[in-house]
Design a protein around this ligand. Structure first.
Ligand code: FCB
Length: 452
C-alpha cells in the first residue's frame, strides 16, 4: 500500500466494555434488549463482555504488540450522558481520556466513533431515532465529547452503520430497540443522517466522517423482477444514505418505492444542506455481497417498501455466521463509489470473518488476505482508499448472536478473560510491518478448508 496507509483494528463499546453500571453509566437500548428473553442467542448480554473497561491498558499493550497504527473504538453515549441529555458524567469522559492517552503514548491513532448503537434508554423512551429531537440530542452529546477530546483526537466518526440502527432496530426488530414499525424506520434513517449533519456543524473544523455498511448488490438473473429487486435493495441499503450525504438529495426511485409507507414529510428543506456538507472521509464496512431476486409472495423485510424481494444463494463458501465470502464484492463496491459519487477519502472501517476457531484460524487469514488484495486492486484502479480496519481486535458480543460468533484477531476466553492472539493476529501484524499482503496475487479460493 502507499506510504501513510492507515492500518487498524476496530471494536465498539457495548461489544467489549462490560461494566454497564459502573462510574455512573446509564442504561442503553442494548442493555434493555439483551435482557429481554428471546432477543439474543443463549440469553447473552454485554454486562461483562470482554471486560475492556477494566482491561483497556492490557488491550492497548496488545495493540502495540501487533503494531496497529490506529484503533477504531466507539464511545458509549450513556457513559457520557446517562440520561441522553443534560448533565455530562465526567467519570464517563475520563474513561475515554485515559484510553485515548494510552493509545497516544503507544503511537496508536485513536479513531473514535460517537455512536455504535448504544442509545441511552431514556431517549428511546421518548421515541428514539424516529423522533427528530434525538438528532438534536446527539449533536449536544457529540459537542460534549469533542470538548473533552479535541486536543487528542484528529478524526471523528459520527455514526456506525445507520442502516442497522434504522432498519434492524425499527423495521425487523432484530436489533435494539426491537420495534417493528416500517414508517418509523424510515424516519429513523433520516434523523440519523440529520444527527450526522448537526454534529458536523457542532464539531466545527474537526475532520468528521461517517461509516456506512454498504454492499455490492446483484440480481440473480436478468429477469425484470430480479433487476427490480436489485435496484430496490441498492436503494434501501446504499443510496438512501449515500445520496443525501454525497449528493444532497434522496434518490427519486427510493422515494417512489416508499410512497405507501411515508410521504417524507419528516424531511425539512434545510436538513439536506446540513447532511450533505462533504464529509472528511467515508468509512465503508464490508463483509459479504448480496445476490437478490424478486419474489411473488410478500414477506416482512428489512427493506421497507419492498416486501417482494429475497436474498438468493450465490453458492459461495460462507463464514460461520452464514455470510457468503466474496472479496471481489469489495472491489466492485469501491469501484462503484468512485464511479457514482464525488471523490471522498475512503477507509474500510470494518472487514473480517466469524469462524468457530480457537487460535489456528487459517480461514480468517485467507478471508483477510483476499479482501486486502481487493483493496490493493481498488487503489491501483484509482480508488482513494486510505486505510483498513480489521473487525475485530477481540472476540466480542456479536449483537443478536451473542458470544457464539467470534470475529476477533485475538481470542477471548470469557471465563477467565484471557486474551490469546490467534494466528491471524500474528499474520496481520506482519502485513502491517510490510505495509501490504505478500505473496501471489492469485486469490485463495477455498476459504473453508480449515476451521480448527
Ligand atoms: C457490523 C457491526 C459490528 C460487528 C460486525 C460483525 O455490522 O458494525 O459491530 O457486529 O458487523
Amino acid at each position: 500500500m502507499k506510504p501513510g496507509f492507515v492500518w487498524g483494528a476496530a471494536t465498539s463499546s457495548y461489544q467489549i466494555e462490560g461494566a454497564v453500571t459502573e462510574d455512573g453509566r446509564g442504561p442503553s437500548i442494548w442493555d434493555t434488549f439483551s435482557a429481554t428473553p428471546g432477543k439474543v442467542d443463549n440469553g447473552d448480554t454485554g454486562e461483562v463482555a470482554a471486560d475492556h473497561y477494566h482491561r483497556y491498558g492490557d488491550d492497548v499493550a496488545l495493540m502495540a504488540d501487533l503494531g496497529l497504527g490506529a484503533y477504531r473504538f466507539s464511545i458509549a453515549w450513556p457513559r457520557v450522558q446517562p440520561l441522553g441529555s443534560g448533565a455530562v458524567n465526567q467519570r464517563g469522559l475520563d474513561f475515554y481520556r485515559r484510553l485515548v492517552d494510552s493509545l497516544l503514548e503507544r503511537g496508536i491513532e485513536p479513531w473514535p466513533t460517537l455512536y455504535h448503537w448504544d442509545l441511552p434508554q431514556p431517549l428511546e423512551d421518548a421515541g428514539g431515532w424516529p423522533e427528530r429531537d434525538t438528532a438534536l440530542r446527539f449533536a449536544d452529546y457529540a459537542a460534549a465529547v469533542h470538548g473533552a477530546l479535541a486536543d487528542r483526537v484528529t478524526r471523528w466518526t459520527t455514526f456506525n452503520e445507520p442502516w442497522c440502527s434504522a432498519f434492524l432496530g425499527y423495521a425487523t426488530g432484530r436489533h435494539a430497540p426491537g420495534r417493528r414499525e416500517p414508517a418509523a424506520a424510515v424516519r429513523a434513517a433520516h434523523h440519523l443522517l440529520l444527527g450526522h449533519g448537526l454534529a458536523v456543524r457542532a464539531l466545527g473544523d474537526a475532520e468528521v466522517g461517517i461509516t456506512l455498511n454498504l454492499t455490492d448488490v446483484s440480481p440473480r438473473t436478468r429477469a425484470d423482477a430480479d433487476l427490480d429487486a436489485a435496484r430496490r435493495i441498492d436503494g434501501m441499503q446504499n443510496r438512501i444514505f449515500l445520496d443525501p450525504l454525497l449528493r444532497g438529495s434522496y434518490p427519486v426511485d427510493v422515494i417512489a418505492d416508499l410512497r405507501g409507507t411515508t410521504s417524507f414529510d419528516h424531511v425539512r428543506p434545510a436538513d439536506l444542506d446540513l447532511i450533505s456538507v462533504p464529509p472528511a472521509f467515508l468509512g465503508v464496512n464490508y463483509y459479504s455481497p448480496m445476490l437478490v431476486a424478486g419474489n411473488a409472495s410478500e414477506k416482512p423485510s428489512a427493506y421497507v417498501g419492498s416486501p417482494n424481494v429475497e436474498h438468493a444463494d450465490g453458492g459461495r463458501p460462507r463464514t460461520s455466521i452464514g455470510w457468503e465470502i466474496d472479496a471481489d464484492g469489495l472491489l466492485r463496491l469501491l469501484l462503484r463509489l468512485r464511479r457514482d459519487y464525488p471523490a471522498v477519502p475512503l477507509y474500510v472501517t470494518e472487514n473480517g470473518a466469524a469462524f468457530d476457531d480457537e487460535v489456528h484460524d487459517t480461514a480468517r487469514i485467507a478471508y483477510l488476505a483476499d479482501h486486502l488484495r481487493a483493496c490493493g486492486e481498488a487503489i491501483e484502479a484509482g480508488v482513494p482508499l486510505e486505510g483498513y480496519f480489521a473487525w475485530s481486535l477481540l472476540d466480542n458480543f456479536e449483537w443478536s448472536f451473542g458470544y457464539a460468533q467470534r470475529f476477533g484477531l485475538v481470542h477471548v476466553d470469557y471465563a477467565t478473560q484471557r486474551r490469546t492472539p490467534k494466528d491471524s493476529a500474528r499474520w496481520y501484524s506482519d502485513v502491517i510491518r510490510r505495509n501490504g499482503v505478500q505473496g501471489s496475487l492469485h486469490r485463495v479460493h477455498d476459504h473453508t478448508g480449515e476451521r480448527s
